[in-house]
Design a protein around this ligand. Structure first.
Ligand code: PLP
Length: 223
């Protein structure tokens, strides 16, 4: 029987092969929001090491206890949801990578906490490519100045751009725009692609896929 994890990797490998990319360029982040610890452990046993959560409290509840690990490895935790400035200290303590950096106040807070804790996390800048007022993310217009602030003034490690296309639109132009912006600013990574559109995202250069529903499909069907 093929597990959802194996199935997704087959699809990733196929999509990468179709556009001449190496599958090793792609990191799969299992988005475990709303999932039980048991479902996370199942994926962990299958070899999954990168996990994403969009809320700090939920991540703390599920990931503070270590996962069974004979080889001593631990999960790489990615914060993929909005981060409030007052919760930055806890986020820096728990996560290994931030995908939702989107404003100067948050950038300044992250720098001071990283220095205080001596934990320097790579960050993706989230870009609101659809200009959706209800969604977080830096606007395309503000991006050049924001990147300059983060890198040159604050010395943050900006590893790439993160995007979340409008749910009702074709994601392809949004992925293309994000890729173009990353290239323009010499940023190596692109956090884009979810359960419904990750193959399209791979074609546009995604390096970090954030997949929830499709990976935890068996649980979804049973409920
Ligand atoms: C929930 C979530 C995902 C995963 O979405 P699925 O459609 O379940 O794969 C990806 N990115 C963000 C920011 C999310 O909140």
């Amino acid at each position: 029987m093929t597990t959802p994890y194996q199935q997704i990797w087959q699809q990733i490998a196929q999509a990468a092969a179709d556009c001449g990319r190496a599958v090793g360029e792609v990191t799969l982040i299992a988005v475990s929001k709303g999932q039980e610890r048991a479902a996370i452990e199942t994926l962990w046993q299958e070899g999954q090491r990168d996990f994403g959560e969009n809320r700090l409290e939920e991540a703390e509840a599920k990931y503070t206890a270590s996962l069974p690990s004979p080889d001593g490895s631990r999960p790489n935790l990615h914060l993929i949801g909005a981060l409030q400035s007052r919760k930055v200290a806890r986020a820096v303590a728990l996560f290994d990578c931030i995908h939702s950096l989107d404003r100067p106040k948050l950038a300044r807070k992250l720098v001071s906490e990283m220095q205080a804790q001596q934990r320097f996390l790579p960050c993706f800048i989230q870009v609101n490519t659809g200009n959706e007022p209800q969604k977080s993310g830096c606007s395309v217009a503000a991006l050049p100045d924001f990147i300059r602030l983060c890198r040159e003034e604050l010395g943050l490690e900006i590893t790439g751009l993160m995007g979340l296309p409008p749910a009702t639109e074709d994601p392809a132009p949004h992925f293309a725009l994000l890729a173009e912006l990353a290239a323009r600013h010499s940023l190596p990574h692109l956090s884009m692609g979810m359960s419904g559109d990750f193959e399209t995202a791979i074609r546009h250069g995604a390096t970090h896929l954030r997949i929830g529903t499709a990976l935890f499909a068996s649980k979804q069907e049973g409920t």
